[in-house]
Design a protein around this ligand. Sequence first.
Ligand code: CA
Length: 640
Amino acid sequence: MVKDVKSYSDKKFIEEYTYTGNDLGATWSKDATTFKVWAPTAQKVELALYQSGTVENEDLISQSVMTLGDKGVWELTVEGNLNGTYYTYVVEHDGETKEVCDPYARTTGVNGYRAMVIDLASTNPEGWDEDQSPNTGMQYTDAVLYELHIRDFSIDESSGVSAANRGKFLAFTEEGTKTPSGISTCLDYLKSLGITHLHLLPMYDYGSVNEAKLDVPQYNWGYDPVNYNVPEGSYSTDPFHGEVRVKEMKQMVKSLHDHGINVVMDVVYNHVYDADTFCFNQIVPGYFSRWKKDGTYSNGSYCGNDTASERAMVRKYIVDSVNYWANEYHLDGFRFDLVGLLDTDTINEIVKTVHEKHPDVIFYGEGWSLPTAMEEGFKPATQVNAVETPDFAYFSDDIRDLIAGRNGENLGYVSGKADCEDMIGECFKAQTSWCPKPSQTVNYVSCHDNYTLMDKLRIAGPETSKDDLIKMNKLAAVIYMTSMGIPFIHAGEEFLRIKEDETGKKIENSFNSSDFVNRIRWNCLEDNTCADVVEYYKGLIKFRREHSALRISTAEEVVSNVKYKKIGDGVVSFNIKGEEELLVIFNASEDEQVLSLKEYEIKDGNWKICVNGECADLAEEVSGDCVSVAPISAMILVKA
Ligand code: CA
């Protein structure tokens, strides 16, 4: 296989076999369906049609030889209305045949073994033609992101979602859901938070949950792609019939759009669940994955394989896939898992082609530098190469680690780490070592992996009182919510979410933990302390969305508008002059700080306190020329 893989990089192979048509897969019409698959090295390709999508069922309808055409594309047109017919390709190399799913499958039967021909228009919910992003015209820095796992959202009984829809796409279509004591949950709750974009963990077809056994609770985050262009079956109410998952994901998107929320999809093009059995690698042996010189898979992903994005037909595949999700499912953003394994040319082509039709779609990802066998002449899409991908943002581990501490035990700024004021200054201004401008940094303090914010603070400060932990949580939120860049909230951070197992052990990497660990416990909202923190986050989101001075995009604006000052140990301020003037003060010390505001031309009534440690939705006049900032808290003033 390694010998073949090397030849894929030969100029001759690239020239002869780079196909640019937009018709790979099954193109349906009511009179006929045309199947096309790129298999330049195959000796023979056959199309197998089936009654059902279940691989165990022996219900073959026909098996027909396809014809090799231009650029290594095999083709066959079958007369009749094939909507709902399942199919596979039977591909022969050197006398060996393999039966595989179509890489361009639009949907599949259970567990993704057989593709299904589908009339996509028939899956559209009512009003789909008029459906569009509810936040048109936003720039990257206008977004407020909220990261959530589909099952976590509604699987707990206290979600108030109907039993049939718990853990499913359709949970996002239920209005009026409440906790047992009558507090709004789920969709209504998300709407009330004021977020702009809901970022959903993987919802393409992944391999780690058995869709045929959904009566048994199973859990996975889903970072193990099987069919890139197909919704995950376990989130549908019927994974056996291919049209159901398509319809229900669209219904989810429509419902979120109708409630003012954009939808971001977490995409994992950097590796596949199993490189040996991944359909693309079976159709064109080894083509999709990167290989090391010793003949083993490159493994910068630490998931067994890396995607060879620099190969022409892999790049086309990823570009086609992202465009398909944006066009067909009306998705408003894409979060790229380990994007540092993909090359900058692929990322730029994705951004350019999607933006031609959907200029408001946002793109961001994990730009960590990873060891991968990328071919020479290409650059990885990492933080350090951020200038090469100007319309793609990267998660800032700098601000995350600085605010709350790198690992569980380490202190961060909010928990009392010393001598880090100037680093807060750099992060706030989006002037970290790698970041070219605010629109390229995603600012956050917790996300689905690593400890939740509350767990991290508890581990770093086992003696810290709950009151102080809450103050730290709130201060952490103010910092990333006001910093220059794109703020990102991990679901439940705003109600002190923790992830503990039945023994009380805090779980850091809960990718395959039980619902007990991962589920959102909506009845937390019945606790007044949690409800107060939620109100605080709501106030911060509202404040950010109402003050454009916090949402500037360019480095030049930062330099001219934002002035940082260290006031004392753990105490910093930022004077921001945009359309209005703001003063942001962070006090991470354990002492109250009385600050003179003379230099900011404070007169009675001309500045208002909008955020303090207690409340983030104030309009309190300043009297005199001093303010008092409580221990472990923030204060934000706005000039009237
Ligand atoms: Ca699946």
